[in-house]
Design a protein around this ligand. Sequence first.
Ligand code: EPU
Length: 448
Amino acid sequence: MQKFLIEGGIPLKGQVQISGAKNAAIKMVAASLLTSDEVVLENIPRIDDVGVIVEIVENLGVKTEFLDEHTLGLRADEVFSSEVPHSLGVKSRSSVITIGPLLARFGEVTIPEPGGCRIGLRPIDRHLMVLEKLGAVVSHKGGVYKISVPRLKGAEINFDKNTVMGTENAILASVLAEGETVITNAAEEPEVDDLIVLLVKMGARIKRDESESRRIVVEGVRELAGARHRILPDRNEAVTFAVAAAATRGDVTLTDVRPLDLTAFLAKLEKMGVGFDIQKQTLRVWLEEGTALEPVDVESVPHPGFMTDWIQPFCILLAQANGVSLAHETIFENRFSFVDELLKAGAKIEVLTPSEAGIAFDPGRYGFEWLEGDREPKVLARVHGPTSLFGSRLAIPDLRAGATLILAALAAEGQSETSGVEHIDRGYENFDEKLRNLGAKIERAELE
Ligand code: EPU
């Protein structure tokens, strides 16, 4: 186990290359199960969550080879198992994305209840609904799902609430199904569309409705072929570095980004008074010494809105604004567990239920399931700024919260120690090295 030692208060300056998107790479590795030909993925991020999904497909019989540091070849021509090993399935929630392709190609899958970040309950009922609609039979015993079907049959699938991986599983399962599948209220995150681009290159027939973007039609085909694809850049990593630049009053140019995918984030930066400039695929973000940041309210919603993964890092900027801001998380019920840690570093943040914040609680507004009788969730952070953060000992509870605590340590005066580095390594490629290249003082050390 490792920790980071961080000496804060240094404005970050320079250029950083954004890696390929974790949340696209994982699904594309799983998509390779759909064909016996080779699928080549470029711009693969070298992170632990990708390592886990690669290990899962290898355990099923997929041959994998890194053709260079960021190019992965996968060939599923001799798959001998459709059982996701327990030890790997519980490591990451993303293991659930193998269900669609395994069922589509082999008609059966055995998978343990998935694990993942502790940001909420995160059930998989929406995935199971999809599979049952497509004709699969699901049994659940002793923490293990067994799902089977002779051949999936196209169906009409409607999601009551947005689900990114649920939509992706619906697409992955239906590309080889018999007939047409129509998915309504489908997620429209850029990572979903990048997966569609790869699948279409493989020969799938998938169309997102031009006039109704949350409607996707999949025409099942008999088989798919290999393809080569460059994975889109990671929006979450981009936001993390953009916040790092502003929160340390630095000046950082992010290369290999798709600024259009960051529109909702950039709109909030603008309101706060953070400087930025877009040139094709680069984004420069800076904050001049002496600039007073304006407080803003943010609410996470599905794409094209402000993304749930940005809510936590954004709190570090809000803590430096001149006044009170409200951050409202509507996708997961437990995004603010890291705030207790942030308080240790001098932040002044109250975590509230909607009623406590004076907002009528409407369960329909939230992405997670809420049952009558459950307590109102603490989904709001009222952030009082400006605060001077100071160095402290911080324990990282999950991936985005971890990045947030590191941002806090970088913005703080003095030395901080953050334990729980393994959460960062799950989702950020060479995070500490990239920060060091921008002038940050951050070192890894073994936990005593
Ligand atoms: N949900 C259910 N039942 C389901 C599926 C989802 O109740 O069957 C709930 C979830 O618990 C959550 C909400 O619905 O409250 C939305 O979940 P969604 O299915 O959209 O999330 P996901 O697909 O599991 C992906 C990303 C997350 C990102 C969300 C944004 C991957 C591997 N993960 O999760 O990324 O925050 O979409 O909706 O693609 C991360 O990168 O750290 C991360 C958590």
